[in-house]
Design a protein around this ligand. Structure first.
Ligand code: G6P
Length: 568
């Protein structure tokens, strides 16, 4: 939520370009503050970076792309925020929990916006006015802040001050420039390595960057950025989401390439655990559901969404293990749940060096490359693949790797076929409601397919176990209501009965699976495959994209959502 950038040095228009690459973190509004000969100049507004900002130029600049938490989506609430004299400008990602108390202290009348952030420039400016140097002023301010923050301040004197607690902030440099950034994606074209600040760090950028923690100067080692320069660009594609759907044959294959020692360690952690708690949010939580089934029955595993796990951490024993699943590694609900847990943490992660990697005892990288589309596509199928690879290691199922690579080939054919499948599905999903059902593993896929549709098309869509239909939702079925059923051999008899029950009440039945069945009005053929869960969502990813475009929605940036949810 919210992306922040700081840049000092040569190079024109760096901040707006970098900011655009962070828009997946929030795109309600945007703003830039730059330092030039007349002082700090701020340009901000509602909308995307392109719409909202007339990029001010300067030797040092900060920028922000917002996902509103405190205060509506208005130009005044957009960042950067400044002190009343315009001597300090601040961009912030996170939430200052005690902002009301701090506002009262500063004096309510002095604030322009409704945001929690605005207290930061006010307090910083006060301390600088008292004569403190930037580092001492930042120490005073961070002592007072409660909550989570990654913040970069641009000072009238030309220095930049950054501090972080809970939210991510990377620092990087090349010969001519210094950067601060919420993640490495905007930096790919500028640097080869980056370091991540740690909680409590205060970074001061003057002629050089120095980092302090608890009053002492510290080193934060840079690590090579694994992603290639062009990998976060759209290329010839109209949207990132289309590009990322199309990358899945490659990313599924890539996720199987895991270091043998790393696999052994991961499998060992799961094997010796009394109970394995698998957790994530959104799409990652549906991958977690699948993983539970990959591990059972050898391992006692439970899948639970992170915001719910937070209330059960006292049930997690020290001899259990937690599997944390996240594309970004920054999801606050997940990181918060892990706070109360002593058990070892194994993570499945796409973004290296993220907060989750630092919190984990061991990490399996799913190697999907940057995923920019807000609704997760390739990261999901890569998560499933990496999880299945670990489960195969644990169960000594050598043939699984081979089968996953052959699934990747089938994915290639399915991606191609999905264009026309999506067209047919689009014709069938005419109304404002859709229901997705399945049993056992097919239910997990139904949830993910439904989520994709909801996220990108804004059509009301619900997923539930097929057996649950007659216990309530059947009352909502009318003539033509679309019901999508995920059917496999194991669950066919019962799921088909449930679909019959809906069909006889007028539902339009869309069946997903290898075989066409009498009850289907439309069949979405999925090849027979032991890793079918990686294939059966693909037509629905494409459907979601198509429906979004048809309705004039931006599929890469669905309304109200953000890719990296760093607030609870
Ligand atoms: C947000 C995104 C979802 C994503 C979820 C979990 O809600 O909009 O697409 O599935 O966060 O994100 P993570 O990075 O932890 O996988």
């Amino acid at each position: 939520m919210c992306g922040i950038i700081g840049h000092a040095g040569k190079g024109e228009n760096i901040v707006p370009k970098c900011l655009q690459k962070l828009e997946y973190r929030g795109y309600d509004s945007a703003g830039i503050a730059a330092l030039n000969s007349s002082g700090i100049e701020v340009s901000k507004g509602v909308g995307t970076v392109d719409e909202a900002v007339e990029a001010p130029q300067g030797s040092a600049a900060i920028g922000h792309t917002r996902w509103a938490t405190h205060g509506g989506v208005t130009q005044t609430n957009a960042h950067p925020h400044t002190d009343p004299d315009g001597r300090v400008a601040v961009v912030h990602n996170g939430i200052i929990d005690n902002h009301s108390d701090l506002r009262e202290e500063v004096g309510e009348g002095r604030f322009e916006s409704e945001t929690d952030t605005e207290v930061i420039p006010h307090l910083l400016a006060q301390h600088l006015k008292e004569g403190l140097d930037p580092r001492a002023a930042a120490e005073e301010v961070t002592d007072r802040l409660e909550g989570s923050y990654a913040a970069v301040a641009l000072l009238e004197g030309g220095q930049m001050v950054a501090f972080k607690q809970g939210a991510p902030l990377a620092v990087a440099r090349n010969q001519d420039e210094h950067f601060f950034s919420s993640d490495v994606v905007p930096l790919l074209e500028h640097v080869n390595e980056a370091a991540f600040l740690q909680d409590g760090d205060i970074a001061i950028l003057d002629s050089d960057l120095r980092v302090f923690n608890q009053g002492r100067e510290v080193e934060r080692d840079s690590q090579e950025i694994q992603w290639e320069g062009g990998s976060a660009t759209r290329g010839d594609f109209d949207h990132f989401t289309r590009k990322e759907i199309g990358e899945q044959p490659e990313t599924i294959k890539r996720a199987t390439f895991q270091d043998e020692e790393s696999l052994t360690e991961a499998a060992g952690m799961l094997e010796k655990a009394r109970t394995v708690w698998i957790t994530g949010c959104g799409t990652s939580s549906y991958a977690a559901d699948h993983m539970r089934d990959y591990l059972a029955p050898e391992v006692d595993a439970r899948s639970i969404q992170s915001h719910e796990l937070e209330y059960r951490t006292d049930e997690v024993g020290d001899d259990d293990a937690v599997v944390a699943v996240s594309q970004s590694g920054e999801t606050k609900d997940l990181l918060a749940a892990l706070e109360g847990i002593e058990a070892p943490v194994l993570s499945f992660l796409n973004v290296a060096q993220s907060s989750l990697e630092r919190r984990s005892d061991h990490t399996i990288h799913i190697n999907a490359g940057p995923e920019v589309g807000v609704a997760s596509t390739k990261a999901y199928t890569a998560q499933l693949t990496a999880m299945k690879t670990v489960a195969a290691e644990l169960k000594d199922q050598e043939q699984v790797l081979e089968s996953l690579r052959s699934t990747a080939e089938k994915a290639e054919r399915l991606v191609k076929a999905s264009e026309s499948l999506a067209e047919k599905l689009h014709g069938a999903l005419k109304g404002e409601d859709a229901y997705f059902v399945g049993r056992y593993q097919r239910f997990h896929s139904a949830k993910e397919a439904s989520l994709k549709l909801k996220e990108l098309s804004y059509i009301h869509s619900e997923a539930f176990p097929a057996g649950e239909f007659k216990h309530g939702t059947l009352a909502l079925v009318e003539e033509g209501t679309p019901v999508v059923g995920f059917v496999d051999e194991e669950t066919a008899d019962e799921t088909l009965s449930n679909l019959e029950e809906a069909s006889s009440r007028g539902a339009e039945i869309i069946g997903v699976g290898p075989k066409d069945r009498d009850v289907y009005d439309l069949h979405v053929p999925i090849p027979e495959d032991p890793n079918r869960e990686m294939l059966e969502v693909i037509p629905f990813q494409m459907l979601a994209l198509k429906t979004a475009l048809d309705r004039g929605n931006d599929p890469d940036r669905p309304r109200n959502l953000a890719k990296s949810v760093t607030v609870k």
